[in-house]
Design a protein around this ligand. Structure first.
Ligand code: NAD
Ligand code: DAU
Length: 357
């Protein structure tokens, strides 16, 4: 089996669902269920013995040791993190606790577990750390995209905490020989994306008749990757990546934020026109910029393509259409997230299947 941390979040839940759709290898899912964790994302796995959920913290060393000893995973995939840049600006403490200290504790528990494994299991074991392109800092318009050897220059409390965790992962390989893999990916979008992030926020605000807040001049550039493509990249790196290596993952799809927002508006105009017949773009409102806002990210994903044969399957056009449709087709999920009712999901729907430490 594999241990997935943060598997009730946006990317983690997509990963767990895709993993169990593609294989019968069980998943032990360890998630603290912060505001970003939503077990309703995993509703399709209710009663599925291949999925075992444990509510807990990656910073809880005793819990980790118990879980590793009991379940003996062949790999750990670490998604657990505080992930929202704006929250990191307002309150960085949780980011240091989970992203830095939590990763450290997880690495230490993994190292002790791994070092006591029999030779063949030890050889096969992998610790895959899921990280971000934001660790590389910001690019000028004509700069080449981030390659794996780009200098690390994080600018936000979030990206600094992720960079710190990447450094720890690297050090645990060089010093202790732990067989680690790191992926640094660009902006994901798709189903189960929490509506504090740009694309889902624009969809739910547009439908609710609310303003669509665009930071600054809206000309900040991000590279966008459909979440299922990120999940397939992680599966590929886990299967064939070289221990100690870092792989950048991206969609070859750089776009200014305002273009993303206008695309979402145009799709909604087509799929769910406003009652008054006016375009959703009327709701766009320019607001104060994010402090320290990185101007441009771009990912050079040639290494993972060359070495592991991975490349994205979705274009932005196909991925964003699927995404907007998903939100239109899942009003209950959106309503539960907006009302906070999703936080009751554990008690009301999952019941005894959830193990608390
Ligand atoms: P998310 O915020 O949606 O989910 C994070 C999950 O981790 C939640 O379920 C939360 O409950 C859990 N969690 C938080 N602290 C925990 C702790 N101490 N112990 C156990 N679980 C904890 O985040 P996401 O967007 O799914 O991102 C997942 C990972 O991918 C993160 O490491 C993030 O840095 C990285 N990443 C995200 C993106 C993106 O565009 N969203 C891009 C590149 C990399
Ligand atoms: O690049 C990968 C990163 O992408 C991940 O590591 C992070 O976990 C993930 O949250 C994401 O970070 P961003 O800051 O790029 O994502 P966010 O959706 O918050 O913002 C995307 C862009 O849109 C960014 O330039 C800020 C802008 N924005 C965002 C919001 C929420 C707006 O203009 N208005 C908004 O309301």
């Amino acid at each position: 089996m594999i241990l997935v941390t943060g598997g009730a979040g946006f990317i983690g839940s997509n990963f767990v669902l895709d993993w169990l759709a593609a294989s019968d290898e069980p998943v032990l899912n360890l998630d603290k269920l912060t505001y970003a964790g939503n077990l309703a994302n995993l509703a399709a796995l209710q009663g599925d013995a291949r999925h075992r959920f444990v509510q807990g913290d990656i910073g809880d060393r005793a819990l980790l040791e118990r879980l590793l000893a009991e379940h003996r995973p062949r790999a750990i995939v670490n998604f657990a993190a505080e992930s929202h840049v704006d929250r990191s600006i307002h309150g960085p403490e949780d980011f240091i606790q989970t992203n830095v200290l939590g990763t450290f504790r997880l690495l230490e528990a993994a190292r002790h577990y791994w070092s006591a494994l029999p030779a063949t299991e030890k050889e096969a074991f992998r610790f895959l750390h899921v990280s971000t392109d934001e660790v590389y800092g910001t690019l000028a318009p004509q700069d080449p995209a981030f390659a794996e050897d780009h200098k690390v220059e994080p600018n936000s409390p979030y990206s600094a905490s992720k960079a710190a965790s990447d450094h720890l992962v690297r050090a645990w390989h060089h010093t202790y020989g732990l067989p680690v893999l790191t992926t640094n990916c660009s902006n994901n979008y798709g189903p189960y994306h929490f509506p504090e992030k740009l694309i889902p926020l624009m969809i739910v605000n547009a439908l609710a008749g609310k303003p669509l807040p665009v930071y600054g001049d809206g000309m900040q550039v991000r590279d966008w990757l459909y979440v299922k493509d990120h999940c397939s990249a992680i599966r590929r790196v886990l299967a064939a990546g070289r221990p100690g290596e870092t792989y950048n993952v991206g969609g070859w799809n750089e776009k200014p934020n305002i273009d993303i927002v206008r695309t979402v508006c145009a799709l909604l105009d087509e799929l769910r026109p406003r009652a008054d017949g006016q375009p959703y773009a009327q709701q766009i409102t320019y607001v104060k910029d994010r402090p320290g806002h990185d101007r441009r990210y771009a990912i050079d994903a040639r290494k993972i393509e060359r070495e592991l044969g991975w490349k994205p399957q979705e274009t932005f056009e196909t991925g964003i259409r699927k995404t907007v449709r998903w939100y239109l087709d899942h009003p209950d999920w959106v309503a539960q997230v907006q009302s906070g009712a999703y936080r009751d999901w554990v008690a009301t729907h999952y019941g005894a299947a959830v193990t608390s430490p």
